[in-house]
Design a protein around this ligand. Sequence first.
Ligand SMILES: *[C@@H]1O[C@H](CO)[C@@H](O)[C@H](O)[C@H]1NC(C)=O
Ligand SMILES: *[C@@H]1O[C@H](CO)[C@@H](O)[C@H](O)[C@H]1NC(C)=O
Ligand SMILES: *[C@@H]1O[C@H](CO)[C@@H](O)[C@H](O)[C@H]1NC(C)=O
Ligand SMILES: *[C@@H]1O[C@H](CO)[C@@H](O)[C@H](O)[C@H]1NC(C)=O
Ligand SMILES: *[C@@H]1O[C@H](CO)[C@@H](O)[C@H](O)[C@H]1NC(C)=O
Ligand SMILES: *[C@@H]1O[C@H](CO)[C@@H](O)[C@H](O)[C@H]1NC(C)=O
Ligand SMILES: *[C@@H]1O[C@H](CO)[C@@H](O)[C@H](O)[C@H]1NC(C)=O
Ligand SMILES: *[C@@H]1O[C@H](CO)[C@@H](O)[C@H](O)[C@H]1NC(C)=O
Ligand SMILES: *[C@@H]1O[C@H](CO)[C@@H](O)[C@H](O)[C@H]1NC(C)=O
Length: 524
Amino acid sequence: MPALLKTLALAVAVCAALVPEVATARQTSPQEINAKRNAAVERFKQARRGPDTDLRERQLDRRASGTGVKNITFTNPKASQFYVDGTTIPLVDFDVGPSWSGLIPISGAANETRKLFFWFFPPGPEGSLDDVIFWTNGGPGCSSLEGSFQENGPFTWATGTAKPTQNEFSWTNLSSVLFVEQPVGTGYSQGTPTARNENDVAAQLVGFFEQFLEIFSELKGTKLYLTGESYAGMYVPYIANYIYENATDLDWNLQGIWVSDPVLGWDVVQSQIPAVAFVHKYEHVFSFNQTFMAQLDAVAAKCNYANYMEKFVTYPPTGLLPLPGKSIENDRGCDVWDLIFDEAVNINPAFNIYRIFDTWPILWDVLGFPGSFMQEQTTPLYFDRADVKAAIHAPTNVTWEECSDIDVFPRGDASLPPAFTVLPNVIEKSNRSVVVHGLGDFILIAEGARIVLQNMTWNGQQGFQTPIANDSFIVDGVGALGNMHLERGLAYVEVALSGHMVPQFSPVAAFQIMSYLMGFRDSP
Ligand SMILES: *[C@@H]1O[C@H](CO)[C@@H](O)[C@H](O)[C@H]1NC(C)=O
Ligand SMILES: *[C@@H]1O[C@H](CO)[C@@H](O)[C@H](O)[C@H]1NC(C)=O
Ligand SMILES: *[C@@H]1O[C@H](CO)[C@@H](O)[C@H](O)[C@H]1NC(C)=O
Ligand SMILES: *[C@@H]1O[C@H](CO)[C@@H](O)[C@H](O)[C@H]1NC(C)=O
Ligand SMILES: *[C@@H]1O[C@H](CO)[C@@H](O)[C@H](O)[C@H]1NC(C)=O
Ligand SMILES: *[C@@H]1O[C@H](CO)[C@@H](O)[C@H](O)[C@H]1NC(C)=O
Ligand SMILES: *[C@@H]1O[C@H](CO)[C@@H](O)[C@H](O)[C@H]1NC(C)=O
Ligand SMILES: *[C@@H]1O[C@H](CO)[C@@H](O)[C@H](O)[C@H]1NC(C)=O
Ligand SMILES: *[C@@H]1O[C@H](CO)[C@@H](O)[C@H](O)[C@H]1NC(C)=O
């Protein structure tokens, strides 16, 4: 026997001898592990059906009720210019179904040069024709095609995966969904950014809505839900307030809002005060050494971040909540967020501010962002491909970026965070409103949202009157997946294990919460 073969034979013999040992030690074969994992995935997928099939049927009835017409057809001939054949979307190897996309001006003026890009998806077979969900991403200046392509649209291309897949938890299972790249300066949109504040943003979008409804006039009078995440915590309440107060001509029936991992208050509140407590909560994820932990604790104590929750966030609150120092960002020497970030990437180069559980390697992203790092591995980005632009009626002379490198507010956004201004009125005027937060988000931290809400007065009282109970967010068929509280028209939901993009990282939870917002179930 040649030497090499002999070695191989020996190796095989050794392995054979080891296998029973290993199997006994682990007591579970790879096949068994796979079977358990598959069963868990199946349970998760079935979760929405719940143990109570009658409930499921009733929910579906509520969704599917309405005109009885299952397929949307738009009679205005202009609509056909925007039609997208779902079999022709590049690199998507299944039929996405009909959709409509393209550029529409933000006013009817003949000289209007500013246009926003949209992608409209009609409801799938289980969705309602009486409702429309509007979705926007944040930034400011980040494209809402991130939402359509990686969060709650009918197909999804997740980071690190080889190709797009059908999104089982698409919000098109609930109703139509309209993704808009806004304000001017974002994504494929056309025109020079001029927005000075959130009122300008709202005026642009409502102008777009009016033009959109002229073309897609079958959608007039339907129920509208405004949704978005991150910096859309600024956009969405201001747009809603603008519609409730000033857009009486808009033939759309606004019902409520969803904001997830939203900017609602001061930066020091949403990113600094809770940061060190957050590191303690997830200390085994961060894995900082004890010297560094002691340093963080010292800064937190010096800057009045330590014990802020225990001292001031009471249910009900005893008065307005104080700032920890002088600044709405951070006082000198009190930027713990950056201290933590620098050390986190030192230990874990794949540390992701949008979902702290990520570890090496960094997964590639067909949109190039967002993670803590650019990770493209492909040029051009998906929405910058000529064939993609052609398929969805996008302008060919724009270099598409996930987040615009020009400022969509050339002189900054002069609006105050909405908790201090319009959000109370929006909650009061809406049937339902939800604030959702991923518990694994570090760029904006859930406890910060708790502080903001506890400092806000709506429907006659300040903050929540009773504590947010642990384990009170129950996902059908799964069990407790975080915390939930509902008072005076506002539902606040914290989703365990989710990062910043809740529909992406916890689609089952997001789908259930959205069903609540739309009145298809009685609690989130
Ligand atoms: C909707 O359109 C599809 C594709 O054209 C067709 O297969 C289906 O039967 C239609 N459904 C109804 C209810 O008209
Ligand atoms: C269009 O024309 C009107 C008046 O003719 C002017 O006030 C407005 O600024 C113009 N708009 C643009 C976008 O050029
Ligand atoms: C969404 O609709 C598809 C197609 O009808 C269905 O297979 C899927 O189970 C639905 N998902 C949810 C979450 O209802
Ligand atoms: C409504 O319009 C008035 C008059 O133009 C303006 O002063 C006010 O700021 C607007 N309110 C909102 C909520 O946009
Ligand atoms: C709120 O819900 C009620 C009852 O379901 C409905 O009649 C009403 O149109 C909804 N919308 C608003 C904005 O009140
Ligand atoms: C602990 O972390 C700090 C900050 O990175 C570093 O300076 C120090 O050397 C570390 N200590 C040990 C024992 O690794
Ligand atoms: C609480 O609200 C008041 C104004 O209503 C504001 O001055 C203060 O800064 C807020 N506190 C926090 C912690 O955000
Ligand atoms: C792209 O082309 C359109 C239409 O030809 C034009 O109006 C627009 O100004 C162009 N945009 C850029 C950024 O060149
Ligand atoms: C809720 O959970 C947190 C940990 O996430 C814990 O610190 C707190 O004591 C719990 N509250 C109650 C009332 O059990």
